[in-house]
Design a protein around this ligand. Sequence first.
Ligand code: C2E
Ligand code: MG
Ligand code: MG
Length: 876
Amino acid sequence: MVPPAQAVPPADTPPRVSLDGFLDAVEDAIAVASAAPQLLQHLCECAVTRGGFVSAFIVSPNANVGWLAVEAAAGFQAARLGEIRFLAKEIPGDPWGWVARTWRSGAGCGPHAATAWPALKAHAPDATGLAVALRRHHAPTSVLVLWSEGAPCDAVLLARLQRMGGLVGVALDKLLLEAERAASGQEARQAEEKYRAILDTIEDAYYEVDVRGKPVYHNAAFNRMLGYEPGEMITSDNRVRQTPDMAARVFKAFNEVYLTGVSRRNEEWEYVHRKGHRVQVEGSVQLVRDPHGRPVGFRGILRDVTERRRIEAELRESEARFRALTSISSDWYWEQDVSHRLVRMENRHARTDAFQQTFIGRPIWESQVNLHDGSSWEAYRAMLDAHQPFREVVMQGTLPSGKTFYISVSGEPIRDAAGRFTGYRGVTREITAQMLAEARAQHMASHSSVTGLPNRAMFGHLLSLAIPTARRYARQFAVLHVGLDRFRAINDSLGHAAGDQLLQAAGQRLRDTLRASDVVAHVGGDEFVVLLQEVEDAAQVARAARKLLSAMLTPFPLLGFECRVTASIGGALYPVHGEDETSLLQHADAALYQAKDEGRNVFQIYDDALDSRSLERLALEAQLRGALERQEFTLHYQPKVDLRLGHICGAEALLRWHNAALGHVPPATFIPVAEATGLIVPIGAWVLREACTQAMAWQRDGLPPLHVAVNVSARQFHDQHLLETLQSVLAETGLAPQYLELEITEGMIVHDVERARRQIEAMKALGVRLAIDDFGTGYSSFGQLKNFPIDTLKVDRSFVREVASHPDDQAIASAIISLGKMLNLRVVAEGVETEAQRDFLVARDCDEMQGYLFSRPVEPGAFAALLQAHAAAPPA
Ligand code: C2E
Ligand code: MG
Ligand code: MG
């Protein structure tokens, strides 16, 4: 033990230096020291108390290598030594230079007079000092400075002290090493604690065991899973937590991991909870090795799957139960006696109820059921009498509730031990749902889903039955093809639901107008076909067709509108216009086209000349399909003239089609076909791009900017990509949007008002102008118009035509102009052909005119010339 530090003896009785006492004490101190600073302090104290030195202190280099700092001190003014500066390098004139020298060289030195330390000199004028290096790894780490008073300080003393310095250096080495180890051990412990804390937060159970399987660590989830307190499982007996069988299984898995080093996962193990119930887990195990690769234990994760397993088992069970149930549920077991009377009938769940009871005690043909195929019981009874087995005979009956039910019956004869027939036994299955579904599917396959009338397939079938009958009895019949005029327009503007409603109502009218034996089929879109049975001659067919046409004339109430629809009918007569289904249908179809060409509300019977006309339409459609690729379209531009200023203020782009085979085809002919086929969408996009490009080209040529109007058809207007097309055309061509005007018609906005408004508002948001074309021919009212962000109203040509002469037209045109102006719209009159018409419009303050009077639609070059001439023209 280190002797307790004693007080420094009073200065007036100079202490005797006892080197032996000091060195003994140092050896003791070395033996028990646990830390370097403590050892150094003891060293100094021993020097004073046991060695009799006046002062002892130790200096070491601090972080600032230029200085040596006092690390430990005892004796004279020990507490004030910090005020003295010890340089680490000996410089001339430094009274403490000898300390630096020892620090540098490692060699002790002394004695030195106390000149460097005036306070000590004043206290003990004879005091001498010496310095000894304390070395680690043979290099000095610190310097011990000792002051003695009146004692000899010779070379022997210095040599012994120096040896002691080496000893202390080794001890310091060991202490510092231990301190380092302790520090790193603490780090490891901290890391471990942190990692355990993390493990405690995970939801799965985590364990560590040693190589013999003895638990080392369980996380909180593990303890929770088995109902133990933290640490409790480490000390308690492991065997209570697993059955011997399971323990053997787990052992086997661990052993394999030990031998192969390969971890295992998804092991199905079972534990016993502290309260006795079983806990099913899905476990993993991994070998833990020490830094040298030697196995030291195992660790792994366990997941409690008890609940999941329970649910899975329950599911499996209920599924099995369900399967067993369904396989027997609808089957009734029955038995009949020798006379075919039903004597027993039951299924798994129920005895027979009152209704079923009515079957008992009598043969089936005396009950309330019939054979489904409508045949008599004769054959069935003969089969039973012959004791034949039978399968799936379908019968139908009516339940007390009035509902029809269907059953499928199978049976086989029963014979006794002697081989005598004793009756039948069998099963009956209820198949009502299945039969109804089949019937529905059959109806759907043969009837229109919209009108419920027979469809084309069904009609074909009925027609194929009619032909042989008519042939046999030398009769005539007719096929009529009925098309609704303007149906597409109504469908587009009122929406599909209203369109369907119209088709249903129209189909019903056709039905109601005809005899019950006639067939009305809905063969798609707005087309119906009719089979008129047994007709005398073409005149009778015409009478029937006219009845159908006039039945259509009464308006159909739809969404609060009185919708007027007309029909066109084409007819073909068997056998004069065809002797088979295909030619009859084709010829009725050709006649329908002819009827449509002649205008609405027309009946046309087939004649040979028709064929070529329907071919024309087909040819048109075929040519139109490739027209864009072949670059057969061009645009002409018709000027719009400001009626006040007299100059050109806009242009309408009008599509022109020249085809090699068909020549010039007018828009009125091909636009409806393009609409009907959907080709108008790509064609319309081409028109937009071409018109915008042209408008930009004129602007670049220095012509005054003007707005170009482009017609947008209903199909285009409702196309979901219209906005994208508009955006990209404007972006690509660079035309400012206010120079583009889109012409739409009333039909597109009057009905599905909300949808139209959304579309129009989105178009307006792009910055383009909007015009209502052909105003006055549709159903819109000013009341509706004011709700739309429209810029321009184009008064239809039909009102302009007679304005100069007809008072009616004058009144209407004036009203449209003044109301349009009231709504702040720009009013444009279309089709102005005469001076008189123009004068009338000027008088009514109409804003613009467009018509042959000023110019027909012309090619871009001609238009540029017109613009040049009329842009800066003086006011009219
Ligand atoms: P719209 O939009 O009402 O165009 C005006 C029509 O009236 C043009 O017929 C024009 O040539 C004609 N017109 C102009 N001034 C007079 C006149 O003083 N007297 C007479 N009798 N007619 C005049 P066009 O070019 O035959 O076009 C007919 C219709 O075809 C257009 O009627 C428009 O609905 C449609 N259409 C034309 N180009 C396009 C197009 O690019 N896209 C779409 N969707 N439709 C177009
Ligand atoms: Mg137009
Ligand atoms: Mg127009």
